[in-house]
Design a protein around this ligand. Structure first.
Ligand code: ADP
Ligand code: MG
Length: 250
């Protein structure tokens, strides 16, 4: 049995007259990275928002672990096993790395009363937070104030905060944005580690990273999928080269 954790079918999102996402379908598999690429304005972030429940589709369905979650709240979709990072950062800069990750872990705690108790009293939440920091390579920085760590470390922290909610599906919107070469290499290694056990959708402009990581790619232009396939198929696709990859080399 193929292990499809998330399936999007014929997703469309209209903003007035503009179809920001137009009839897009894709499947995310456990153990695989599915890259979504395309020029600015292609609809990549809107697609991410449709999958996470931050936007409700005009048409189409999202299935998570075999359950139709179309139209559910982001909180419900998060509880059903989907974690996402945002293109713009979500970090509380005056708090430490550990506090940020613990807060993210607590956001998934079941009982509302848990918000009223002290953060340090929740062993399972703290364990989850420690595991997330370890996986994200942040253990040595756990007591640093988030506002003082490097840009690359802040992006690692965002991943750790996403992992703290124990997701099976990860949606990552431009995790390499603004990174230097060394930071980007570290993030690529981190994403490679996360592949095992997760289904990952990666929206990213860094083509070296995309082709190093992705098992499958979907190419979007003006809200529509112009090509979908393996990295070799996408590299060889004349339409993609003309519409996008060629333009990158110009
Ligand atoms: P990408 O992430 O690929 O750069 P976006 O999904 O952010 O693209 O945007 C796709 C298109 O939808 C753009 O033309 C953008 O201006 C438009 N758009 C995105 N969000 C909204 C919104 N909330 N209201 C109106 N138009 C939007
Ligand atoms: Mg975007």
């Amino acid at each position: 049995m193929p292990d499809v954790l998330l399936s999007a079918q014929h997703l469309t999102k209209r903003f007035g007259g503009l179809a920001a996402v137009n009839d897009v379908s894709l499947d995310l598999w456990r153990g695989g990275i599915h890259a979504v690429i395309g020029p600015n304005g292609a609809g990549k972030s809107t697609l991410t928002n449709l999958l996470s429940g931050d936007l409700v589709p005009t048409a189409g369905t999202v299935t998570l672990g075999g359950v139709d979650v179309t139209g559910r709240s982001p909180e419900a979709i998060s509880r059903a096993g989907l974690g996402r990072s945002y293109q713009k950062t979500n970090i509380f800069l005056p708090f430490t790395v550990r506090e940020n990750v613990r807060l993210a872990a607590q956001s998934r705690a079941q009982h509302p009363a848990r918000w009223l108790r002290r953060a340090t009293t929740f062993a399972p939440t703290n364990e989850q937070a420690e595991r997330a920091m370890e996986l994200a390579g942040l253990v040595a920085r756990r007591d640093a104030i988030a506002g003082t760590i490097s840009h690359g470390e802040q992006r690692q922290l965002e991943i750790a905060m996403t992992l703290a909610t124990a997701p099976q599906v990860l949606l990552l919107d431009e995790p390499l944005a603004g990174m230097g070469t060394a930071e980007a290499e570290r993030m690529v290694a981190l994403l490679q580690r996360l592949k095992d056990g997760h289904a990952i959708m990666l929206v990213e402009h860094d083509m070296d990273a995309v082709f190093a990581l992705a098992d499958r790619l979907t190419v979007m232009v003006n809200g529509q999928v112009i090509a979908s396939g393996t990295p070799a198929q996408i590299r060889a696709d004349a339409g993609v080269r003309a519409a996008y990859l060629g333009e990158e080399q110009a």
